[in-house]
Design a protein around this ligand. Structure first.
Ligand code: C2E
Ligand code: CA
Ligand code: CA
Length: 424
């Protein structure tokens, strides 16, 4: 399944009182979380409201979760007891999310789910009936030192977190439709000349009530819910449109201005990524050598064959590649060579230490020396003080980016920045 098909699948649906969510015998293809209202679940096809074996579930409760495990047919019936909003999570999306988890978490999750299934098979005939508490209690008695990992209170916290995540995901998708995401541009200067060399595209959410929302408040959720691909493509397209326009403003006073754009590692799992980038380049007619893709080391760690292929695809299109946040992860220089990276971006945490920590300075000196022989450029991020800029310049670092030179700017302010910086 391509990402375009899968991303729009989780959704919030409305059920009127008396509507069936599913009935016995139907295919198990969704798990549900109640956003508001209530749901009655009864074994078989029995739907009478006074049914003694009916279980009533309210907001935050999960049902139909056997869909996580397997296809097969529902053995119970779920009906809305009042007007009810449900988050519907398709089986495939759940399984993909479980596979994308930290491998240890994924393992524990499958162990727990398997155990739950075998308990249910042993003790209950109603596979879709929630909750299966008697079975679990019996199991607890059997094991002497058994300590439940999930207490009721942290289960409630987990449910609340899951709901919050689903709500933010819906909000992000709506914000994309309403075109609330815009590109801000942070200047990157040549340390040698002090002249503008390029910009980094940084996403901002212009929220009607909250104002400008910074990316750290939504990128992590966007990454977990596969929305980030959509955001990254939006920013990539913006970068393609803006790059020639900004270049036209320099009146030839500097070499080509590059425009960097961030690409989350999740994109590397998407088979369509290189083609979709290619389509965007054709559509916007941008000179691809103006565009630099910023990726982090973590994108290269997982399936390095796949990463290598994607990077080769990007390079074949004529794009430049920057390794972002160097100094925060494994910081292995071997990636530079292996993936023919053009630019290394030294993380702010490194830069902010150079004035006080001689070891950091030594490491930076070694990296800059290597950049000469291996032909990659070095950008120092997060420069806030003149003293830092002076030290980096003395080391021979190529470019600097940070509040000392300029914060991320609206497009209009970025245009003005070029004019001021180049005395135009
Ligand atoms: P990043 O790619 O490392 O971007 C640099 C961040 O450092 C930006 O934060 C920038 O505003 C901030 N920064 C720059 N100079 C200074 C400085 O001198 N001092 C301090 N304290 N901070 C400085 P921002 O815009 O909040 O972005 C945060 C992160 O969000 C980015 O870190 C990047 O990882 C992510 N991000 C931003 N836009 C996108 C996007 O379009 N796609 C993806 N996937 N991630 C994005
Ligand atoms: Ca970046
Ligand atoms: Ca960075």
């Amino acid at each position: 399944m391509t990402y375009q098909e899968q991303t729009y699948l989780s959704r919030c649906a409305h059920f009127k009182r008396g509507d069936f969510v599913f009935q016995e015998g139907e295919e198990r293809n969704h798990t549900f979380i109640i956003e508001s209202g209530s749901i009655g679940i009864m074994p078989g096809k029995e739907t009478s409201k006074d049914n003694a074996s009916r279980v009533t579930l309210g907001p935050g409760e999960i049902f139909g979760e056997m869909a996580i495990l397997s296809h097969g047919q529902r053995t119970a019936t779920a009906v809305a007891l009042e007007d009810t909003e449900l988050f519907m999570i398709p089986r495939q999306v759940l399984q993909e999310r479980i596979t994308n988890l930290d491998p240890l978490v994924a393992l524990l999750m499958s162990l727990l789910v398997d155990r739950y299934r075998s308990l249910r098979i042993k003790h209950a005939e109603i596979a879709d009936l929630q909750p299966a508490l008697p079975a679990i209690e019996e199991e607890q008695d059997e094991e002497e030192n058994y300590e439940p990992i999930t207490t009721v209170s942290n289960l409630n916290v987990q449910k609340e977190n899951a709901l919050k995540e689903l709500r933010v995901e819906q909000e992000l998708r709506k914000a994309i439709e309403k075109k609330q995401f815009v590109a801000y541009m942070q200047p990157i200067l040549s340390l040698d000349t002090g002249k503008i060399a390029g910009f980094e595209t940084l996403i901002r959410w212009i929220h009607p009530e909250r104002g400008i929302v910074p990316p750290l408040e939504f990128i992590p959720v966007a990454e977990r819910t596969n929305v980030v691909q959509l955001l990254d493509r939006l920013m990539f397209e913006q970068a393609c449109y803006i790059a020639p326009e900004l270049n036209a403003l320099t009146e030839g006073k500097v070499e080509k201005l590059f425009v960097s754009v961030n690409l989350s590692g999740i994109n590397f799992e998407d088979e369509d990524i290189v083609d979709s980038v290619k389509r965007c380049i054709s559509k916007t007619k941008v000179d691809p050598s103006l565009i630099k893709l910023e990726i982090t080391e973590s994108a290269l760690i997982g399936d390095s064959k796949q990463a290598e292929e994607v990077l080769r695809g990007f390079k074949a299109l004529g794009l430049h590649i920057a390794l972002d946040d160097f100094g925060t992860g494994y910081s292995s220089l071997s990636y530079l060579h292996k993936f023919s990276i053009d630019t290394l971006k030294i993380d702010r945490s490194f830069v902010s230490q150079i004035r006080t920590d001689t070891k950091t300075l030594d490491i930076l000196r070694a990296i800059v020396d290597l950049s000469g022989s291996f032909k990659f450029k070095v950008v120092a991020e997060g420069i806030e003080y003149e003293e830092e800029a002076d030290m980096l310049k003395k080391l021979g670092c190529d470019y600097g980016q940070g509040y000392l030179y300029g914060r991320p700017l609206s497009i209009e302010d970025a245009r003005q920045f070029i004019k001021t910086n180049l005395d135009l």
